[in-house]
Design a protein around this ligand. Structure first.
Ligand SMILES: Cc1cc2nc3c(=O)[nH]c(=O)nc-3n(C[C@H](O)[C@H](O)[C@H](O)COP(=O)(O)OP(=O)(O)OC[C@H]3O[C@@H](n4cnc5c(N)ncnc54)[C@H](O)[C@@H]3O)c2cc1C
Ligand SMILES: Cc1ncc(C[n+]2csc(CCOP(=O)(O)OP(=O)(O)O)c2C)c(N)n1
Length: 586
């Protein structure tokens, strides 16, 4: 008997190196789940919400660089995937989504659960096509996989349940070649021009992003010759910050004053593999050079004087021999000094005395950073956990950091941890969860139990949507609709079969973290952190505040969360940021 399309689909995925599918089963997926069961070569990772499946697949793809797969049954089953798929697509990680469809004969009749995934997923994918005929398989599936891999994003294959059970025409997968790895760099003349511009400049600052992955050595060499400080955008943190004598921190509202000023004081800004989105944080008068593998990214965020298309590693390798060794390192030294001071200010905020309340979330983040293993994988929820991860986690080239940094969706951390732990069963995986974020996809705690995934959930419990409160305060709006009446998360965890622990004072944190990290199974540590903690942004000008609605800074807490400083009190801000009064928003 010939195989059916579902079997051919599974065979094609296995042939391409796919190891698992994250999803929730359903009638329209029965052919596929049954083929997985019978084939025994692909595993089915049963999650509790399809959004979790898409986030998990996105995390796997981010960490491995390889295609990861999720699936949802027809109608609501695959509609639930959508938010995680947006995230994967915007993070440019290769994810294939299998969207099952209602019986093919019913399409167009307004049938039970009928949706049109070709339309629904259009905006969050590079490819979304319906398989309605056996002749289309495996070609359409292979086009989808090739698209996800080569365009680094999401592709969706839509397959009606009945079509999945029809006999295949083709005997097996058609394509069999390793993923291409072309060398992409600007032309010799362009590299020459790039070198000339940099050699002529006297204060070069590098802004590096996720596109610097794998280019650490070249980045350090280039910065060494140029004597340039390196600022990173958040998605570049895991690739840039470690073993980096030129590191001056991050920029942006969650960033460091030193990162901000290093960019503002440069005469030439060299953007390497970054799409840092916040325009008010770019210098206006500086000469800007941008290098990106995607031409369409160039000039999106800032005016650019020289835009080049190339892979960062390859382009820097071609550039470095053409760079003159700069002698004057005044700009670099100044920025490094500033970084040291900024780092100290931030570290001072991460203190905690035994028995004293409240717990500063900075302290928790720092404890976590110290307790975690050398190759831990951290995920952080959108909300204040992103802030604390950005500022207090130390990267070392082996650790990884994932968030929903480009899409900015809450509830990302736990399902991303599921994908990370599934792909790397022997590594420590830590989800830095907000209490709002955790509750949003709380059911995924059960996935940990179901698959015995030893993920450690650390809950930053502040009984609020604290990041939103921060935004409200900054905009001069009274907090409203942000209270969270929370359960005892540690007891819920226990009830779900996880180890559940609590820390209510600073001295209880380290023992609880260590106990959870040693525990051979999933665990949750609930830590009561200060609700009113606010962060000090690097600098805010009137112009920037207009362009960046998150933070108008009408009110700023002093960083310890107990004293409200009016922004009119520019004296304090001047002390903190060392900037002139006219620069500060009144
Ligand atoms: C609540 C919240 C607050 C945030 N605040 C901040 C903040 O204050 N500061 C901050 O920095 N971020 C912040 N972020 C994250 C921010 O939204 C962006 O996600 C981040 O700045 C983008 O980082 P990136 O430029 O490294 O990555 P991306 O936006 O992913 O850009 C990477 C670029 O590199 C290119 N590229 C990829 N591979 C290569 C290659 N091999 N060679 C060349 N180019 C390549 C890509 O085409 C792309 O243009 C925040 C996020 C959240 C959720
Ligand atoms: C799906 C989704 N809904 C709403 C928002 C808006 N939002 C951003 S941060 C945040 C609060 C997050 O709260 P929590 O997880 O408790 O973390 P906290 O900031 O309190 O530490 C909200 C509601 C969002 N980004 N994503």
């Amino acid at each position: 008997m010939s195989k059916n399309l579902a079997e051919l689909l599974v065979e094609t995925l296995v042939h391409a190196g796919v190891q698992r599918i994250y999803g929730v089963a359903g009638d329209s997926l029965n052919g596929i789940t049954d083929a997985i069961r019978r084939g025994g070569l692909l595993s089915w990772v049963h999650v509790r919400h399809e959004e979790g499946a898409a986030f998990a697949a996105g995390a796997e793809a981010h960490l491995t660089g390889k295609l990861a797969v999720c699936a949802g049954s027809c109608g609501p089953g695959n509609t639930h995937l959508i938010n995680g798929l947006y995230d994967a697509n915007r993070s440019r990680v290769p994810v294939l989504a299998i969207a099952a469809q209602i019986p093919s004969a019913e399409v167009g009749s307004g049938y039970f659960q009928e949706t049109h995934p070709e339309i629904t997923f259009r905006e969050c994918s590079h490819y979304a096509e319906l398989i309605s005929h056996p002749e289309q398989m495996p070609r359409v599936l292979e086009i989808a996989m090739q698209t996800a891999i080569s365009r680094r994003g999401v592709a969706v294959v839509i397959l009606p349940g009945d079509v999945a059970l029809r006999s295949a025409v083709a005997e097996g997968p058609r394509l069999s070649f390793p993923e291409p790895s072309p060398i992409v760099r600007p032309s010799d003349a362009e590299v020459e021009k790039l070198a000339d511009l940099l050699n002529e400049s006297s204060r070069v600052t590098i802004l590096g992003g996720a596109g610097c992955a794998g280019a650490h050595e070249e980045l350090i060499q280039a910065a060494g010759k140029l004597k340039s400080p390196i600022v990173h955008a958040l998605r570049g943190k895991e690739f840039i910050e470690y073993d980096n004598p030129f590191d001056v921190g991050m920029t942006g509202l969650l960033g460091f004053a030193s990162g901000y000023h290093a960019m503002m004081e440069a005469d030439t800004l060299l953007m390497l593999g970054t799409d840092f989105p916040y325009r008010p944080f770019y210098p206006e008068k500086t000469k800007t050079i941008q290098i990106d593998i995607r031409g369409e990214q160039i000039g999106r965020r800032s005016r650019v004087d020289l835009g080049l298309v190339g892979d960062i590693k390859t382009t820097l390798a071609a550039l470095i021999p053409k760079l003159k060794e700069r002698i004057d390192d005044h700009h670099l030294r100044k920025c490094l000094r500033h970084y040291k001071e900024t780092r100290k200010t931030l570290d001072d905020l991460a203190g905690g005395e035994p028995g004293s309340k409240p717990i500063h979330p900075q302290f928790l983040a720092k404890m976590l950073d110290q307790a975690a293993s050398d190759d831990a994988i951290f995920t952080c929820d959108v909300g204040t956990p992103t802030l604390w991860a950005a500022r207090y986690l130390t990267m070392n080239g082996k650790r990884r950091l994932l968030g929903s940094f480009n899409h900015g969706s809450m509830a990302n951390a736990l399902p991303q941890a599921i994908g990370a732990q599934t792909a790397f069963p022997n590594r420590q995986v830590i989800s830095m969860s907000g209490d709002g974020g955790l509750a949003m996809l709380l059911g995924e705690m059960l996935t940990l139990r179901q698959h015995q995934l030893p993920v450690k959930i650390v809950v930053f419990r502040n009984d609020a949507l604290a990041f939103v409160e921060l935004e409200m305060k900054s905009a001069g709006i009274l907090e409203f609709a942000t209270d969270l009446v929370n359960p005892d998360f540690s007891k819920m965890a226990e009830a779900a079969g996880l180890l559940g622990l609590r820390a209510e004072t600073p001295d209880q944190i380290r023992p609880a973290l260590e106990q959870s990290l040693k525990h051979d199974g999933p665990a949750l540590v609930e830590v009561f952190v200060n609700r009113q903690e606010l962060s000090i942004p690097p600098s805010i000008t009137l112009e920037q505040a207009r362009g960046f609605s998150l933070y108008v800074l009408r009110a700023v807490l002093n960083g310890r969360g107990d004293t409200l400083l009016d922004l009119a009190n520019t004296r304090t801000l001047r002390e903190v940021f060392n900037v002139g009064k006219s620069e500060i928003l009144g």
